[in-house]
Design a protein around this ligand. Structure first.
Ligand SMILES: [Zn+2]
Length: 199
């Protein structure tokens, strides 16, 4: 029986490189893969899975209202051996349910990769539904930028300042993210100020 996997981790935990690796493994055995990436911000890199070490490859863009079961069922002539989803936190709850249905009714494994929670430590919609429905959950680990302990979240930085409120997804912003442990999320060591903003 096929299964629904959710591999989650903080920013920079190597999710994209893992997808590219899995895709390569399947393809080297002559098996077809379907790579999906939800449309969030169409400024750049649309339809691409890009890893931090520079590798990238094209992926099919998932529209916000797209029925993923219908999409995959329509590929019945040459069905994929596996469906790989990058940035799966941006799927809707309904799309996650459609993927579960792909697993159960088409017997195609689906591996979703994404962040568990946003920069304010709340679950993303897609991640919540994946945690609820997945057969297997796996945490991909990375380390806190400040202490080297496991990073469980990410801190949003705008103009060098940590952000503790705002939109879940910043479109078009020049925000960056730092993987952190829970403590350093609220107590980042900001060199130029010498203070911990959480205090
Ligand atoms: Zn830390």
């Amino acid at each position: 029986m096929a299964q629904l996997f959710f591999e989650y981790g903080a920013m920079a935990s190597g999710k994209s490189i893992e997808i590219l690796k899995v895709a390569h493994n399947y393809e080297s055995q002559g098996r077809r893969v379907l790579l999906l990436t939800p449309l969030v911000d169409d400024r750049y890199g649309v339809g691409k899975i890009t890893s931090r070490i520079g590798l990238s490859r094209p992926a099919q863009v998932v529209q916000p209202d797209q029925d993923l079961y219908a999409t995959i069922a329509a590929m019945y002539v040459e069905p994929p051996a596996v469906v790989l989803v990058d940035e799966a936190q941006f799927l809707s709850a309904q799309q996650v349910e459609q993927l579960a249905y792909v697993v159960d009714s088409l017997d195609i494994p689906v591996m979703a990769f994404g962040l568990k929670q946003d920069a304010f430590n709340h679950l993303f919609e897609g991640s919540q539904r994946l945690i609820e429905l997945a057969d297997k959950l796996e945490e991909m680990k990375t380390i806190c930028s400040f202490c080297g302990k496991k990073a469980t979240t990410q801190l949003r930085m705008v103009d060098g300042r940590p952000q503790y409120e705002g939109e879940q997804v910043l479109i078009g912003g020049d925000d960056t993210y730092i993987p952190t442990c829970r403590y350093h999320w609220y107590h980042p060591v900001i060199a130029d100020r010498g203070v911990e903003p959480g205090e």
